[in-house]
Design a protein around this ligand. Structure first.
Ligand SMILES: O=C(O)CCC(=O)C(=O)O
Length: 283
């Protein structure tokens, strides 16, 4: 009997190299998938048509809300251009290739300024069952350089164990709000230092994007020019699996994107597990 498939993304499979070699992907696509499997990130050109027009539509809508200076959560519900961006065909097809399953956008974040958020893994905020069927896609809505707080990321860190509050002896019931979150951030920073993980920053042009794997450490670099904006959008995606859906907004996103109005029958098949009590405001 030949064993080759377990319920993990194929990039995380012990049999990945053989499965890749046996796949019918062309050489450059194989190289792309291999790069993502090894490094946990991929910088792409999503080929967004009229990217400046899309950016203006998104930024114009978001700027009506003072919270945009921090971040706006799930504005896709009200701003069609945000939803269209999350559903950019090249992004969806790339994710399908990287994970071998249909991507399901489940959350958007829009930023007007650099977040300066310390390094973390998204898995501390939300995770899939089975693990790994989750990723983030960060799109620059204007040119990004070292001065307006570029995204920072740590290549290969997605291969670390999934680290969360349990490693600090903190349980969900210990937390009312997110008072222990700084302790998690310090813990991650000490892991980065201990392992001498390489830090990179993402200077990219408007319309370019990075995809990161569920457990890749990333954050926001310091903003050295406080007069600068950093218009950008992150969409977090899950992937169709065999489990059941528990998160409402994800189901709504799918239902609206597919034109369905019946959210209860949406065939989204994900079960989300919150590893901590960290509320959405942390993100
Ligand atoms: O854009 C940033 O500075 C950080 C974004 C981030 O960490 C996230 O969306 O998970």
């Amino acid at each position: 009997m030949e064993f080759h498939d377990v319920d993990v993304p194929w990039i995380d499979s012990l049999f990945f190299d053989r499965r890749l070699a046996q796949s019918n992907l062309d050489e450059s696509t194989r190289a792309m998938v291999k790069f993502y499997a090894d490094n946990g990130y991929l910088i792409i050109d999503p080929e967004i048509s009229d990217v400046d027009g899309v950016a203006q539509e998104i930024v114009g809508a978001c700027e009506q809300d003072p919270e945009y200076q921090q971040r706006l959560l799930d504005e896709w519900e009200w701003v069609p251009a945000i939803r269209r961006l999350a559903l950019t065909p090249k992004i969806l097809s790339t994710l399908r290739t990287l994970y071998g399953r249909d991507p399901i956008p489940m959350q958007t974040l829009n930023f007007g300024r650099g977040t300066q958020q310390r390094a973390h893994s998204d898995s501390v905020h939300f995770s899939s069952v089975p693990r790994g069927f989750m990723c983030g896609v960060w799109i620059a809505l204007e040119d990004i350089d070292e001065t307006n707080g570029p995204l920072e990321y740590y290549p290969g860190s997605h291969r670390l164990p999934y680290l969360d509050f349990s490693h600090l002896g903190i349980t969900g019931s210990d937390q009312r709000e997110h008072e222990f979150y700084p302790r998690y951030e310090q813990f991650i920073q000490s892991c980065i230092t201990e392992l001498s993980l390489e830090r990179r920053t993402l200077s990219i042009l408007q319309g370019q994007a990075i995809i990161w794997a569920a457990n890749l450490l990333h954050g926001g670099s310091p903003v050295t020019d406080p007069t600068r904006t950093r218009h950008s959008q992150v969409t977090h995606y899950f992937f169709r699996t065999a489990s059941t859906t528990t998160r409402i907004s994800q189901t709504r996103f799918w239902a609206r994107s597919s034109g369905s109005t019946n959210v209860t029958s949406a065939p989204v098949s994900l079960s989300l597990r919150y590893t901590t009590a960290a509320p959405r405001a942390c993100r």
